[in-house]
Design a protein around this ligand. Structure first.
Ligand SMILES: *Cc1c(COP(=O)(O)O)cnc(C)c1O
Ligand SMILES: [Zn+2]
Length: 383
């Protein structure tokens, strides 16, 4: 309680901020630690916060991390938590007109550090003593690392079938691994149940809108690195859509301040083996399609029922963009091809490249593709 009071008086987070249900409009204080709407279970968005992206001229000399966009972020830089996340390199590729942004050079090896840093900064401000997450992949590793940094206890719920390598990384960060028998959905259900316990902060990359405030810096950086403009086309992977939605948010922020003239098109890429959003888009539907998911090498985006699916579809439509689904063989080929140009990423990170190489992206002459996750994550390779 003392901590919560301090939070309110510290002024590091605006008191007007709230988590508001996209469905019924019910709003929750940040201190309530809500992760979905208390009234209707809808997903929550951040309200009561107006980002003010700094102009290009004011950025010189600021630290080379995502915290350089302080005026656009909902929380101040936590000096004792930051690992220098953000400001990843933007490099050329073998495709002329397509640049690659190397987010796999993040502290834990994926873009999830952008969002996890934001979540744990908030958790620390709120004075919580324990956070919980339910990803065995990159999000889990990122949350576990920043929780370690923040000195906050961390429980990560994972399917019992999770590989020993991933469990090792989580445990190395000091997280308590809670292994759940059954399906991925059973793990999510167990985590949701635990998340409803009082005083637990659910550091969910899917549900907590602070995560998107972190991933939006992907676009801020691009804008700055390109000298104050964005490419015509952003090619992005879509599973739970945290990079798509963050990128969309970032573009909206820049547009609102007149720092760009129009939204770039977002081309969201799914694996054909699990493509509820691409199918919905093709059918003209506003909600994710029901799919029978097949196994895919792009395990990081194999999300059959994305909780923010409706938002993802709307965001991409608003940009005049589209969804594409890439077949398994082209993911494997793209993964190998990237390595042959010096980019060692995990298979999930190859889907956007597969879409480009497969000719599925129009307007690719001015495009940027993220290299989201390190190849070392999936080592040793299957073949
Ligand atoms: C999380 C992740 C994705 C997909 O992000 P979503 O938020 O699920 O859309 C893609 N690639 C890598 C490497 C990831 O870690
Ligand atoms: Zn609601």
């Amino acid at each position: 309680m003392a901590n919560l009071l301090w939070f309110y008086s510290s002024g590091m987070v605006s008191k007007t901020m709230a988590l508001t249900c996209e469905n019924c409009g019910h709003s929750h204080q940040l201190t309530e630690l809500a992760w979905r709407c208390a009234k209707c279970d809808g997903v929550l968005d951040l309200t009561g916060f107006t980002p003010e992206p700094p102009s290009l001229g004011t950025l010189a000399g600021r630290p080379a991390t995502l915290w350089r966009y302080a005026e656009a972020l909902p929380i101040a830089v936590p000096e004792d938590i930051t690992l220098g996340e953000g400001m990843t390199p933007l490099v050329s590729t073998s495709r002329s007109g397509t640049l690659a942004k190397l987010d796999y050079l993040a502290p834990t090896g994926s873009f999830k550090d952008r969002g996890a840093a934001m979540l744990l900064a908030l958790a620390k401000e709120l004075g919580v003593s324990r956070v919980l997450a339910d990803s065995s992949g990159n999000a889990g590793a990122a949350v576990a690392a920043y929780a370690a940094r923040a000195g906050i206890a961390c429980d990560i719920y994972v399917p019992a079938t999770t590989s020993p390598g991933k469990l090792g990384q989580l445990r190395a960060f000091g997280a308590k691994v809670v292994a759940i028998e059954g399906s991925r959905a059973d793990t999510a259900a167990a985590a949701a149940n635990a998340a409803d316990t009082p005083d637990v902060f659910y550091a969910s990359h899917v549900y907590h809108p602070f995560f998107l405030q972190g991933t939006k810096t992907y676009v801020y950086e691009l804008w700055e690195q390109l000298g104050g403009r964005l490419p015509r086309t952003l090619v992005l992977p879509a599973g739970n859509g945290t990079l798509v939605l963050g990128a969309h948010l970032g573009c909206r922020d820049l547009l609102a301040r007149g720092l760009i003239e129009r939204l770039p098109r977002i081309v969201a890429v799914q694996a054909a083996a699990c493509a509820p959003l691409a199918e919905a888009f093709a059918q003209g539907s506003d909600t994710p399609a029901e799919v029978a998911a097949e196994p895919t090498a792009a395990e990081g985006i194999a999300i059959a029922t994305p909780a923010r699916g409706t938002q993802i579809l709307a965001a991409v439509r608003e940009t005049g963009g589209t969804f594409v689904a890439v077949p398994e063989a082209s993911i494997t080929a793209a993964h190998a091809g990237l390595a042959r140009e010096g980019l060692y990423v995990e298979p999930t990170s190859a889907v956007c490249w597969a879409a480009l190489e497969g000719g599925l992206v129009s307007d690719a002459e001015d495009s940027v593709v993220p290299m989201c996750g390190s190849g070392l994550k999936s080592y040793p390779p299957a073949a």
